[in-house]
Design a protein around this ligand. Structure first.
Ligand code: ADP
Ligand code: ZN
Ligand code: ZN
Length: 734
C-alpha cells in the first residue's frame, strides 16, 4: 500500500503530500479531511498515491476518508487538470468552482469538522411476517383505509416514502402499533423515470437542418447550428437530446446565463418531464450537492440544463453537450480563477468523453465560424424563422440630422417617437434598448468640469435617481447624490443617459403608456427577473426599457417595435471584439421583434449612420468576412491566441518596476508578440493599481510551450524579488 498521498485542496496552491496511516484505505478521487495550516481542516481530493516522502518536513496524516465513493472519476480528474493547465491556474482553484460548497466542508479543527451528510427520506416499511393473507383479508373488511396502505406498500416491494402516502397519521400509527408496518429511512431517490418525449414536429427547413447536423456529426466532433432568431433551434436540439437519452447517455445543455434557465427548463419539462435537472449557482448549496451526489451513483441517462459550472458534474456517460448562444461573452468566467470559457471547455469535455458537441447561435462567434470555414466543425444554416415569420425591417435613424432639423426630443429622434406612438395606438408592445443602467453615467459641472469619481477606482460615479445615490459600477461604492459642484457651487448636470433616465423621459413623453424596466438594478434576483418578464408577456405594460439583459432568449409575441437609443455607444469600447460584440448585440436585440404574425421593425438611432456595422446588418457572411479580414491583418483571434497578464498592487512604484521587468523578460522570449506594459482604461479598482501586458501567440505555434515560457518568466521575476506584493493574473483566451 502507498504511504503517501498528494492531495488537492480548494486553494490557489499545488497539491500537498500527506501520510496515509495504517488502516486508512484511500483511493484516487476520494475525498478526505486534512489539516492544513494551523487553524484549518479542509476537504481535499486524493490526486496521486506514492511512496516518496516530502522533501522538507514530515507529512501530516490524513484525518479521515469522507464518503464511501470517490467524488471524482478518472475522467473528471483529467478534465480538471486540463482546465488548470489550459487556463493557467491551480487544480485547487478548479476544485473551488467544480464542487458544490456543501460537499467541501471546512472547519477550524478536527472536532468541528462535519462532512456533508445527505438528508434522508422517511419511509414506511411492511413487516412481512405480520401480513398473512388471513389477517389482511380481515383488515379489508374492518379497516379499508389501513388495508389500502398495506396494498400500496406491497405493490411497491414493501417500502414507500411517507410523502408518497396520502393518508392521515392516525391510520399509520395504528398500523405501526398493530405491528404491520414500521418507520424507516432511505436515501432520496431522484425521479428519473423517462417518459418518451413527444417531440415537436419539425418544419421542412428544420428537418433539413437536423439531417445536416446528424450527418456532420458522423465525421466531426463539433457542429455549429447557425439559425436566425426564432428559427426553432431548441426544437432541433430536442430531437438530438431524445436520441441520446433513449440510449442511456447523459446530455448537458448549457446556457450562458442562469436567468435563461427558468424558461428553458419549463419548455423542456413539457417534453421530457421531471428528469430535466437544472443546475446553476442560484440553487442552494444543499440542492447542488444533492444533484452532485445523486449523479455519483448514476450510470447515465441524465439531462442537465445549466450554466457553465454544470460541466463539472460527475456524469459518467456523456453523449451530447449543447452550447446554446455560443457567441455569448458571459460564457467566459472573468473572475476569479479558473478564468475558463464554458463553450471551449465544453468542447474539451466532449472530446475527453468521446461525446459530440453542438454549438448554437443566431450570430456565431468569429472563432466558431472560422472553425467551420477551416473544416474543423460541421455547419448548418437555418435562414428562416419558424412559421414563416419575417425578419424585422431595420431602419437607421440619423441623430445628427434630426438635431439639425430640430426633430429631436430628449433622447429620441422624431422617427422613433412617431413609431412608438403608432404602436401604442394599435395596442402593440415596444422594447427600448439602452446599454447603460442607472440614470446617467456621470454628473458634470458645466462651469468647471468637475465630476464625482470613485475614491477607490479610477472611474466616474454613475447617478442613480431612484436611490438618490452616485454609484461605482466597478466596486459598488456609493455616496449621497450631490446637486451642487463642490468647487464652484454651480448645479451639476447629468451627462449621457442610462435606462432610468430613459424611463423618466418616456413617462413624460407618453404619460398614458405603462412602463417596465429590466436591468441590473431591477432584475436583482431571478424571481425579480421572472416577475418583470412575466408582466410584460401578459401585456401588463406597453413599453419595456432595458439593457442587454433583454437581448437574451426572450420571446414576446406582441412586440412589433424595437428602439435602440444609441447604437454608437456599443462601439466605443477599446476591446478588439467591440465591433463583433456590438453587431451581435444589435442582431440579438433585433431578433426580439415581430416573432409571430406581424413583421417587426427595429429603429437604430446613431450619429454615425455610415458605420460598416449598420451597412452589413442582416448579412452575417458579409460582416464575418470583413471582421475576419481585420483580425487576420492585425493578428487577433481566431488567428492568434491571446493571454492578458494583469498585474495589481497597492504600491504603484513597485507595480511599474515589476511590470517593466516582466515586459522585458517576455520580450526577450517572445519579441514582438508582447504588447505593453500598458495602463488599462480603468487603472485603479478597489484601491489597487493595475497594469497589463498582452501576449499574442499565432495559432500555428505551440500554445502550451508559450504558456510554459510565460510561467517560467513569472517565476523568475518572483525569484528576483521584483514583484513583492504584486498579484499577477493570467487570463487565457480573452
Ligand atoms: P430560437 O432558439 O432559434 O430563437 P425557438 O426554438 O425559441 O427559436 O423557437 C421560436 C418559437 O417558435 C418558439 O415559440 C417555438 O415554440 C416555436 N417553434 C419553433 N419550431 C417549432 C416547431 N417545429 N413546432 C412548433 N413550434 C415551433
Ligand atoms: Zn464646478
Ligand atoms: Zn469603485
Amino acid at each position: 500500500m502507498s504511504r503517501y498521498a498528494d492531495i488537492v485542496l480548494p486553494l490557489a496552491q499545488p497539491a500537498y503530500t500527506f501520510a496515509v496511516s495504517e488502516g486508512c484505505e484511500v483511493g484516487i478521487g476520494d475525498a478526505v479531511a486534512v489539516q492544513f495550516g494551523k487553524n484549518s481542516v479542509y476537504t481535499g481530493i486524493v490526486w496521486r498515491l506514492h511512496d516518496t516522502p516530502p522533501k522538507s518536513g514530515s507529512a501530516k496524516p490524513i484525518l479521515a476518508k469522507l464518503y464511501d465513493k470517490p467524488l471524482l472519476s478518472e475522467l473528471q480528474m483529467r478534465f480538471w487538470e486540463w482546465v488548470a493547465d489550459y487556463y493557467m491556474c491551480y487544480v485547487g482553484e478548479v476544485m473551488r468552482v467544480a464542487l458544490p460548497s456543501a460537499i467541501k466542508a471546512k472547519a477550524r479543527c478536527e472536532e468541528e469538522f462535519e462532512p456533508y451528510t445527505p438528508k434522508r427520506e422517511r419511509t414506511l416499511r411492511l413487516i412481512q411476517e405480520a401480513c398473512s393473507e388471513e389477517t389482511i383479508a380481515k383488515l379489508q373488511r374492518r379497516a379499508p383505509k389501513r388495508y389500502a396502505v398495506l396494498q400500496t406498500l406491497m405493490a411497491a416491494n414493501g417500502e414507500v416514502a411517507r410523502t408518497a402516502l396520502d393518508v392521515d397519521a392516525t391510520t399509520l400509527n395504528a398500523l405501526c402499533k398493530q405491528g404491520f408496518i414500521e418507520w424507516g429511512e432511505r436515501d432520496f431517490v431522484r425521479d428519473t423515470t423517462r417518459t418518451k418525449a413527444l417531440l415537436p414536429h419539425l418544419s421542412v427547413a428544420q428537418q433539413e437542418a437536423l439531417a445536416n447536423l446528424r450527418n456532420g456529426l458522423k465525421t466531426k466532433q463539433v457542429a455549429l447550428l447557425h439559425g436566425v432568431t426564432s428559427s426553432g433551434k431548441t426544437e432541433i436540439y430536442t430531437h438530438l437530446i431524445e436520441e441520446q437519452l433513449a440510449e442511456g447517455r447523459d446530455v448537458l445543455f448549457l446556457v450562458p446565463e442562469i436567468s435563461l434557465t427558468t424558461q428553458l427548463v419549463e419548455r423542456l419539462r413539457n417534453l421530457f418531464g421531471e428528469m430535466v435537472t437544472p443546475y446553476h449557482s442560484k440553487l442552494t448549496p444543499i440542492q447542488r450537492t444533492k444533484i452532485y451526489t445523486d449523479l455519483l451513483s448514476s450510470e447515465g441517462g441524465n439531462f442537465i440544463v445549466g450554466a457553465r459550472s454544470a460541466l463539472f458534474l460527475p456524469l459518467r456517460n456523456i453523449g451530447l453537450i449543447i452550447v446554446d448562444e455560443e457567441h455569448d461573452s458571459s460564457y467566459k468566467q472573468s473572475e476569479p480563477n479558473p478564468r475558463y470559457n464554458g463553450r471551449d471547455t465544453a468542447i474539451m469535455l466532449a472530446a475527453l468523453s468521446g461525446a459530440k458537441a453542438v454549438l448554437g447561435s443566431a450570430t456565431p462567434s468569429l472563432e466558431s465560424y472560422a472553425n467551420y470555414l477551416s473544416g474543423k466543425y460541421a455547419y448548418t444554416h437555418l435562414t428562416e424563422r419558424y412559421g414563416g415569420v419575417e425578419l424585422p425591417e431595420i431602419v437607421i435613424s440619423d441623430t445628427t440630422r434630426s438635431v439639425k432639423r430640430n426633430e429631436r426630443k430628449r433622447h429620441f429622434n422624431k422617427l422613433l417617437l412617431d413609431a412608438i406612438a403608432e404602436r401604442l395606438e394599435r395596442g402593440e408592445q415596444v422594447i427600448l434598448f439602452q446599454n447603460r443602467r442607472g440614470y446617467s453615467p456621470y454628473m458634470e459641472c458645466p462651469e468647471c468640469g468637475f465630476s464625482a469619481r470613485c475614491p477607490r477606482c479610477n472611474v466616474t460615479l454613475a447617478a442613480h435617481r431612484h436611490q438618490h445615490r452616485l454609484v461605482c459600477h466597478y466596486c459598488g461604492y456609493s455616496e449621497a447624490e450631490t446637486t451642487l459642484c463642490p468647487n464652484c457651487k454651480s448645479e451639476l448636470r447629468p451627462m449621457g443617459f442610462g435606462t432610468e433616465r430613459v424611463e423618466e423621459t418616456v413617462a413624460e413623453l407618453f404619460p398614458e403608456a405603462r412602463l417596465l424596466r429590466l436591468d441590473g438594478d431591477t432584475a436583482t434576483s431571478s424571481s425579480a427577473y421572472n416577475r418583470i418578464i412575466g408582466a410584460f408577456a401578459r401585456h401588463e405594460a406597453d413599453i419595456l426599457i432595458g439593457t442587454q439583459i433583454i437581448s437574451k432568449g426572450l420571446d414576446f409575441a406582441n412586440v412589433t417595435l424595437i428602439g435602440i437609443l444609441n447604437g454608437d455607444n456599443l462601439l466605443t469600447s477599446s476591446d478588439f471584439r467591440a465591433e463583433e460584440r456590438a453587431w451581435q448585440l444589435l442582431m440579438q436585440v433585433a431578433g426580439r421583434a415581430g416573432r409571430r404574425d406581424k413583421r417587426g421593425e427595429v429603429i437604430i438611432q446613431t450619429a454615425e449612420p455610415d458605420h460598416a456595422i449598420y451597412a452589413s446588418i442582416g448579412s452575417y457572411e458579409q460582416m464575418c468576412a470583413k471582421l475576419l479580414n481585420e483580425r487576420k491583418r492585425f493578428g487577433y483571434p481566431p488567428y492568434t491566441r491571446m493571454i492578458r497578464i494583469t498585474m495589481r498592487s497597492g504600491n504603484s512604484d513597485v507595480l511599474v518596476e515589476a511590470s517593466t521587468a516582466l515586459g522585458e523578460r517576455l520580450r526577450n522570449r517572445f519579441a514582438r508578440r508582447v504588447l505593453g506594459p500598458v495602463t488599462p482604461l480603468i487603472d485603479r479598482i478597489r484601491g489597487e493599481h493595475r497594469i497589463e501586458l498582452l501576449l499574442k501567440i499565432e495559432v500555428e505555434a505551440s500554445f502550451s510551450r508559450a504558456k510554459a515560457i510565460l510561467r517560467e518568466e513569472i517565476a523568475a521575476l518572483r525569484q528576483e524579488g521584483k514583484a513583492k506584493g504584486v498579484t499577477i493574473i493570467c487570463d487565457v483566451d480573452i
